[in-house]
Design a protein around this ligand. Structure first.
Ligand code: MF3
Ligand code: CO
Length: 248
């Protein structure tokens, strides 16, 4: 069941998501060669404390930290720890909060120092696919129009879509119906309506789309070790069209 949100609810979600965007921006500024990924988690925690918001991921199904930091072949759910970032790494930062009863969720991928042209192209295509997916959010259109738009952009750029993880509804829960795959034919699934709120989150790889989970039980890596990128926004479908909630 897809829960529709009132304007008041969307306003609360906008606050939660703006805080997510602020904290991601703060963490992004700290990404540099030599930093340990756990230092990024500590910063995210500190920024949550200052703003009196609850990190959404810590404790979610036993996830042990506040932010996900996924490096190179890690696609999503990388657990911050003593790993030091180095120049040329691709780092995906995925972060969420709960504020006033509502969740915010967003992700970005950034390069550490100078990164290869191919890595830049992967990041650009993945981010572009996110905006193409967001542009597919229209009342009266069907959900898989988002999926199809994402897939088209990623594949036209010569990359592949990760299939095991999907976008999702968001609101009073971090994950609500519907699931939003990042691939598929257009014009399938539920019809989109004003009041729906989605977290759209394309993940793309330079090589294999298949993933495996490391022994930590969380970190998803590409099976062939190729680099991946991940971008996510939470959005709301309003009378005036789609509204990106998770931006500054
Ligand atoms: N953005 C991811 C998602 O929506 C983050 C979840 S990480 C977890 O699924 F630790 F909370 F699982
Ligand atoms: Co999400």
């Amino acid at each position: 069941m897809i829960l529709l949100k009132s304007l008041q609810e969307i306003a609360k979600m906008e606050k939660a998501n703006r805080i997510v965007a602020e904290i991601l921006e703060g963490v992004k500024e700290k990404v540099q060669p030599g930093i340990e990924t756990r230092e990024l988690d500590e910063l995210a925690e500190e920024m949550c404390r200052q703003r009196q918001v609850q990190p959404a991921f810590k404790g979610y199904r036993g996830y042990p930290r506040s932010i996900c930091v996924s490096v190179n072949e890690e696609v999503v759910h990388g657990i911050p720890g003593p790993r030091r970032l180095k120049a040329g790494d691709l780092v995906s930062l995925d972060f969420g909060v709960k504020y006033d009863g509502y969740y915010g969720d967003a992700a970005i991928t950034v390069g550490v120092g100078a990164v290869s042209e191919k890595a830049q192209a992967l990041m650009a295509a993945t981010e572009k696919s996110l905006y193409a997916g967001i542009a597919g959010v229209k009342a009266g259109k069907r959900l898989s129009d988002i999926s199809h738009a994402v897939q088209t952009v990623v594949e036209d750029a010569g990359f592949v879509v990760i299939r095991e993880f999907v976008g999702h509804g968001i609101g009073r829960s971090l994950h609500e119906d519907p699931q939003i795959p990042n691939f598929g034919p257009p014009d399938r699934g539920p019809t989109m309506q004003v009041g729906m709120t989605f977290a759209i989150e394309p993940m793309a790889s330079m090589g294999a789309w298949q993933v495996r989970i490391l022994r930590d039980g969380w970190t998803a890596v590409t099976q062939d070790g190729s680099c991946a990128a991940h971008f996510e926004h939470s959005v709301a479908l309003t009378e005036n069209g789609v509204l990106i909630l998770s931006r500054l």
